[in-house]
Design a protein around this ligand. Structure first.
Ligand SMILES: Cc1ncc(C[n+]2csc(CCOP(=O)(O)OP(=O)(O)O)c2C)c(N)n1
Ligand SMILES: [Mg+2]
Length: 1159
């Protein structure tokens, strides 16, 4: 039984049925465990899946007991002795019925010894035969003839009958020594129940047994499956490989294989002929991939699959698009022509692009959808993305068992075993909220990774061993045997359809050329490539075989090849007529209808009716409505009561506002999915979306699933402890349907760096490369709160460095400023300070007429901060997301008298607020929050700066200077303050606009203009003999001016010399920590001290705050003294306590982490 579903498959006990409504059960079905104690025990103590009695380990156990009993009946407990004697073993209660062709060994022995005592030699010999059979089943693959090049050929052995066999000592161990010679070979042996090699025969001579086993297990297929814990599954596989004649193909089937192989081979040959020096990462040597995939798709379609979502690396990708997906060949060939794009995007290299095709499967006569997901260079990174997309498609189709939608993942041998994301993805395969109900993996195992031999690229015997962790059967197959390849492909498809679990095909092949077509493989693999040069193509070998056996004639073989060549030639002619390529032709996830008829500059309102907020709030703060027996933890009752009070008072904290954002979207029919580690409760125990019955296992209640009868489904799921795979998965999920809010939350923000590849390669650049949009939301708990170097930073600066808005360009101001910016940006980065604003920005993801990824730095301590609350009116109708929250107190009312304006983002606002209150400076100092950092709100920042015309402007951040938002906001403030577009002209001269940079590929045509601009400029000035300095921003000059760039510069005006001939009217001062390698300070004490330090820099001495923030001064000074002493010698920039820092003037000091500088 599929593990992910086991928990829900027992029927409700009558009592439970009476007491609990169906929605108490997690998946809404009417099933829970009858006996929660048993389940608890399984959960607590067993890592094995909760399987039926007779499958899995218990079956093996019984088998072992039985074997032991055969050897010595006294070796087992008397009850087992009685059981086996009663001959019941072949039909224990839950076992599969014994097949027609199977005869239990017990009955064999009875038959052999009828009427008399069993002689011990007979038993021993039978046991030996059984052990030999088992040896082949377990280890036969070690001796299988898998390598087309024969490099890995194992030594053969000569058996007792003089016959040469592949199974050697490594396979058979000592078991063959039972048989002394030729005479044993003709002795008949009854076959045990664990083999199908007999077919209709129940007894076979030993010689025949060995021959059949050799043929099944040591020929061109190596079947690895005996590690699977389910007896049922093992028997299923045995049957499909052992049954005599199972691999026989009809002439018609053989001709089909030949035709497919011809096309696969012909495609590469055609490209090689026409574009000999172009990189295409051809499939030569592994062409059987194409017939294999086609077989998988044919069989799966026959068994009900309607949509196949594929992920694959570079190798053979174009061939797959052409011959598996049947993407029009002219579209593929235009990719070689170096044409300009007719639509947006920087594009990607041709062997990365995706596609989406709907067509008729000619073999099954059924319609099928095929998608190949675009992938970055980063091998295997697209695996979880494909899984997420598959899962989403299953979800939207209501395909709960994966019968209609499946994923097919292709891998290279080196990448499959080398990349950790494969393991992470495998571990999603059986999780209830992440399973795609079985994936078929095909490894194009060309026995090399670029220039590296397998012995240097993996420690495991096979490149596929990673799949063993999820009990996936692995079929190794020699790619030069087309029929064997097609057979394992068929079995793999049937396996998936039967058990809905992963399966791996290891296509052992070779790479005829270098890593790519312009690479010389003889540099590094001379011997291998000498062999390859003399090795006939698979097509040639197979065609010869079929000609020899009379299935086809040489003329037929040639005719098929010529026909395909003609198709290619005609397509090339069509391609030549194209003048542009269209990236939209390569979209893997078209959102048909989504963009049509939409005003691209109109955001729907994000505020909702107050009554909706109240309704959601009430549901969210209530236990299950009609189950008085549902026992909730006392602590949670308090949480619910507090929520209820908030609803009554019409205010919301973070969790409540989030729930209202989700709930209101659900009401509007928008599916919401939240995923990440421990998100159900929330890392900080603030969310509590799933209430657990304290007495009944798995009885849960999720209020957000029960807000409205016609609401969209809400899914919240704790994920496996992975970031790379899970973020990739959610990204894939978000690609499928624009009308869904998909969120991934990091446990702490900095853990997102283990998923950096997904952020860089997909989230930040997916639209530019693949014209694919995604509205994925990443929630990253962020804030320097003294928790140590880790757990503090969501690495805001990294996301901002990926944002594509030009720092030097102030877009034209208009009513559409905000939406145009959003339209042009690659992703949105925000750091909200209020629950209300968080509510709006989540809803805006769906209200926008397009989709952009959203990165939100979310709070930790603010989750419970009494001031971090929003009145309902800030979420109600006519309210909206505020990119900037201006000061709304006395400072704003009397702006001319304000001396300082503190711009900040996120939680530091509350520190500033408190300090200002403490110093009673509400009239003197204004605090302005930049809530949406990217795209930068140039217009509002300018407006706010203009409001306080007599004030000095500060950017205040709690992060270190080389982190946080500073490096991003600094140049943008400059642009906003001076509204001087000419500053931007510097980048137009020397660089490309940054919205090209996130993904502009070296191969793309976009890289040329800026380069030519540089040279054009130089040429022009040279020609004029004019040596005027180029008008750009030279950081070296600024550094000179400031002395040491890292040192606090103090408040100084920028000299007119550096004004570049223009008047800079105002500038920004930096207040915050200095640059530091680690994102935060080591401990709470140091943290508090640092915070106090830069608050003091702004507000002067803060006695009350100091008392509150710091531990007793005595302890602090002791620690600080010790620290300062121990580090001063190495000149570290650690802080010292500065009691004299008491005015607005900055003390002169060296190496202090808190800086105020002017830029
Ligand atoms: C994550 C990652 N690291 C390194 C590379 C560079 N690279 C490209 S192909 C390749 C070898 C891949 O070998 P294999 O997986 O066996 O595939 P093959 O090219 O043999 O089909 C490497 C190392 C990459 N693309 N992605
Ligand atoms: Mg390889």
């Amino acid at each position: 039984m599929h593990r992910a579903h086991t928990a829900f498959n027992l029927v409700l006990s009558p009592v439970a049925q009476k007491n609990f409504a169906t929605w108490l059960v997690k998946d809404g079905s009417t099933k829970v465990w009858k006996n929660s104690t048993i389940l608890a025990a399984i959960r607590a103590y067993s890592s094995a899946p909760a399987e039926q009695f007779a499958s899995g380990t218990s079956a093996t156990y019984v088998e072992e007991m039985y074997n032991s009993w055969l050897r010595d009946p006294t070796s087992v407990h008397t009850s087992w002795d009685a059981y086996f004697r009663s001959n019941s073993y072949n039909a224990p209660p839950d076992f599969q019925p014994v097949q027609r062709n199977l005869v239990p060994l017990s009955s064999s022995i009875n038959a052999l010894s009828s009427g008399g005592a069993i002689d011990s030699k007979t038993i021993e010999d039978h046991l030996a035969v059984q052990a030999i059979i088992r040896s082949y089943q377990s280890r036969g693959h070690l001796a299988a003839d898998l390598d087309p090049l024969g490099i890995l050929r194992q030594d053969t052995t000569v058996s007792k009958d003089g016959q040469t066999r592949r199974a050697n000592e490594a396979v058979l161990r000592q078991h063959s020594s039972f048989f002394v010679g030729e005479q044993d070979m003709d002795r008949p042996f009854k076959l045990p129940s664990t083999t199908f090699i007999g077919g209709d025969e129940t007894t076979l001579p030993l010689r025949e047994i060995l021959n059949r086993l050799e043929n099944v297990y040591c020929n061109k297929v190596g079947v690895e499956y005996m590690f699977i814990n389910s007896l049922e599954q093992c028997n299923w596989i045995r049957k499909r490989f052992e049954t005599p004649g199972v691999m026989n193909f009809s002439p018609e089937q053989k001709r089909l294989i030949l035709a497919r192989l011809t096309r696969a081979t012909g495609f590469e040959a055609f490209l090689a002929k026409k574009y000999s020096s172009e990189k295409r990462f051809g499939l030569e040597g592994g062409e059987m991939l194409i017939p294999a995939m086609k077989e998988v798709i044919d069989v799966s379609t026959e068994l009900g699959v309607e949509s196949v979502i594929m992920g694959m690396p570079h190798r053979g990708r174009l061939n797959v698009l052409a011959n598996v997906c049947r993407k029009p060949l002219p579209q593929i060939f235009t990719q070689f022509a170096g044409l300009e794009a007719a639509d947006d995007g920087s594009g990607d290299v041709k062997y990365h692009l995706g596609t989406y095709i709907e067509r008729l499967n000619r073999i099954t006569n059924k319609n099928i959808r095929l998608a190949v997901v675009a992938n970055p260079s980063h091998l295997e990174a697209s695996c979880p993305v494909v899984q997420g997309k598959t899962r989403a498609e299953q979800f939207y189709r209501g395909d709960q068992e994966g019968k209609k939608v499946m994923s097919l993942l292709l891998h290279g041998d080196a990448a499959f075993c080398g990349q950790g994301v494969v393991y992470e993805t495998m571990h999603l395969s059986d999780l209830p909220d992440y399973t795609t109900h079985g994936t078929i993996h095909v490894v194009v195992n060309n026995q090399i990774g670029f220039t590296t031999d397998p012995r240097f690229s993996r420690s495991s015997p096979y490149c596929t061993d990673v799949a063993r962790v999820v009990n996936a059967p692995i079929f190794h197959v020699n790619a030069d045997d087309p029929e064997a390849v097609v057979h394992v492909s068929r079995v793999a498809a049937e396996w998936r359809a039967t058990f809905h679990k992963d399966v791996v095909i290891d296509l052992v092949s070779y790479r005829r050329n270098g890593h790519n077509e312009v690479d010389e493989p003889m540099f590094t693999q001379p011997l291998m490539y000498q062999k390859i040069r003399n090795h006939k193509t698979c097509l040639e070998l197979y065609a010869n075989k079929l000609i020899a056996e009379g299935t086809v004639t040489p003329e037929e073989v040639k005719a098929v090849a010529d026909k395909y060549d003609k198709i290619c030639e005609e397509s090339l002619e069509l391609a030549k007529q194209e003048t542009h390529i269209k990236y939209k032709d390569w979209l893997d996830s078209p959102w048909s209808g989504f963009f049509e008829g939409k005003d691209p500059l109109k955001v729907s309102p994000t505020g909702v009716k107050e009554e909706t907020l109240v309704h959601i709030g009430n549901r969210f703060s209530s236990p299950p409505p009609n189950a008085a027996e549902f026992v909730i933890h006392k602590g949670l009752l308090r949480v619910l009561a507090a929520r209820k009070t908030m609803v009554d008072e019409r205010i919301a904290d973070w969790a409540l506002a989030e729930a209202m954002a989700f709930g209101s979207l659900l009401k509007e029919g928008i599916h919401v999915r939240l995923s990440g580690q421990d998100v159900e409760r929330g890392t900080f125990s603030h969310r509590h979306h799933v209430l657990h019955h304290q007495l009944v296992d798995k009885a849960v209640y999720n209020p957000l699933q029960h807000l409205y009868p016609d609401q969209a489904p809400y899914s919240v799921s704790n994920s496996s402890l992975s970031e790379f795979a899970v973020l990739g998965f959610e990204h894939g999920y978000s690609m499928t349907n624009p009308n869904a809010l998909v969120l991934w939350e990091a446990q702490f923000g900095d853990f997102c760096n283990t998923a950096q590849c997904i952020i860089d390669q997909f989230i930040a650049s997916g639209q530019a490369k693949w014209v694919r949009q995604s509205g994925l939301v990443c929630l990253l708990p962020h804030g320097m709160e003294g928790m140590g170097p880790e757990h503090s930073s969501g690495r805001l600066e990294r996301f901002l460095s990926l944002c594509a808005d030009d720092p030097d360009y102030f877009p034209p101001e208009s009513d559409e400023f905000a939406i145009r910016q959003l339209h042009d940006i690659n992703m949105i980065v925000a750091n909200c300070s209020t629950p209300g604003n968080y509510f709006h920005i989540l809803r805006r993801q769906i209200a926008m007429p397009f989709r952009k990824p959203l990165i939100v730095m979310t709070p930790k301590s603010l989750l419970r901060h009494p001031l971090a609350r929003s009145p309902f009116k800030e979420m109600a109708e006519n309210s909206e997301f505020r990119r900037v929250i201006p000061d709304e107190g006395p400072a704003a009312e009397n702006a001319d008298n304000v001396r300082k304006v503190l711009f900040c983002t996120g939680r530091v606002f509350y520190d500033l607020l408190k300090a200002r209150q403490d110093k009673k400076m509400d009239k003197d100092i204004a605090i302005v929050r930049v809530e949406q950092i990217s795209p930068f709100p140039f217009d509002l920042v300018k407006e706010q700066s203009n409001l306080y015309k007599n004030a000095d402007l500060f950017w205040v951040q709690e992060e270190h200077k080389n982190q946080g938002a500073w490096t991003y906001v600094q140049p943008r403030f400059l642009t906003a303050l001076n509204h001087d577009k000419d500053v931007g002209s510097s980048t137009q001269v020397t660089g490309q606009r940054s919205n090209d940079s996130a993904s502009d590929s070296e191969h793309g045509s976009k890289s040329k203009p800026w380069l030519s601009r540089v040279f054009a400029h130089e040429k022009a000035t040279a020609a004029e003999g004019d040596h005027k300095p180029v008008d750009y921003f030279d950081m070296r000059e600024v550094r000179d001016m400031q002395g040491n760039f890292n040192k606090p510069a103090g408040i100084r005006d920028i000299s007119p010399k550096y004004n570049f001939g223009r008047k800079i009217s105002r500038c920004m001062h930096y207040v915050g920590r200095c640059g530091l390698a680690a994102p935060s300070v080591g401990n709470k004490t140091a943290h508090n001290k640092e915070i106090l330090q830069f608050l003091t820099n702004i507000f002067g001495q803060l006695s009350e705050l100091e008392k509150e923030l710091l531990p007793p001064l005595e302890t602090v000074s002791k620690k600080i003294t010790g620290f300062a002493e121990s580090t001063s010698s190495i000149g570290t920039k650690r802080n010292t306590m500065l009691p004299e820092a008491s005015s607005h003037h900055l003390p002169e000091r060296k190496g202090i982490p808190n800086e105020v500088s002017k830029n």
